[in-house]
Design a protein around this ligand. Sequence first.
Ligand code: NAP
Length: 310
Amino acid sequence: MSDSVRNVVIIGSGPAGLTAALYTARANLAPIVIEGLEAGGQLMLTTAVENFPGFTDGVMGPDLMANMRGQAQRFGAELRTGQVTKVNLQVRPFEVTIGEAEVVRAHTIIISTGASARLLGLPSERRLIGHGVSTCATCDGFFFRGRPIAVVGGGDSALEEATFLTRFASSVTVIHRRDALRASKVMQDKAFANPKITFEWDSEVVDVMDGGQGAVTAARLRHVKTGAEKDLPIDGLFVAIGHTPNTSLFSGQLEMDANGYLITRDGMKTNVPGVFACGDVQDPVYRQAITAAGSGCMAALDAEKFIEHG
Ligand code: NAP
């Protein structure tokens, strides 16, 4: 264990974590960011981002994250490759274990470990993310103006995304693995009443095709009761089967809601004084890069205040 105690350890390096790093670095708190397995977060899996303010012509997700990284480093933030394997919030200073054995001690911790969009687990799905496969209708719907698309899932997210996507797409097919939706009645009524939305019931996606062109051309569906397969021609596939907040490190130590999201109140405070959370790890609702960045700024200011005044 190192003798020195860090002012701020930031766990996670998406827009929330890197904004927290920028602000705490500029406040002379010499933050260290433990980047995690998916350095840069969910934006590393996207292509063009057109809704992050300040970029008239949009920006590529990985480029935006590279800029955020560079900006935080310019003010002295230390970025560390590595995975946090354990945190001890019962002691002061807090202890953060990186990898097998390295322990960093900290007066404050900012948690920005994000949430992972659940995926179907198909190799073709992974390969075509950002090339027709998306997990974010708000981010990518605009690219499918006048084109046929599909949404996978039967919950509120799937129907909300399907309804939203009808603003752009020529048609939206909801592909659901059962014959009954999980979504709330009001969302169902809205979707059923929308002439652009149709349903493929009892169906799972077994492959996403690109016709050798590097962009989605169809989804192969298998009927779960008959086993029959067919290809649905589409230009985009939105996977909306839920998100999983990355909070397993904190179970039993921090308050979470029923779905495992960290609970923040009074700014970005968790129930443990000195521990703050920002970004998707505490936000099941908005989940945008800009809201994550905004909450990262708030967490940094909260941490700064805590260090000054306790
Ligand atoms: P969810 O309610 O867990 O629904 C996930 C859907 O994806 C389910 O229909 C599920 O099928 C399907 N699914 C899961 N894994 C799958 C797989 N491997 N292959 C195919 N399908 C799969 O998730 P959510 O829709 O993201 O909603 C999460 C929470 O946020 C819910 O409490 C929801 O009410 C809330 N929410 C509310 C609103 C709103 O009120 N405006 C909007 C969005 C979300 P099964 O049904 O067969 O399990």
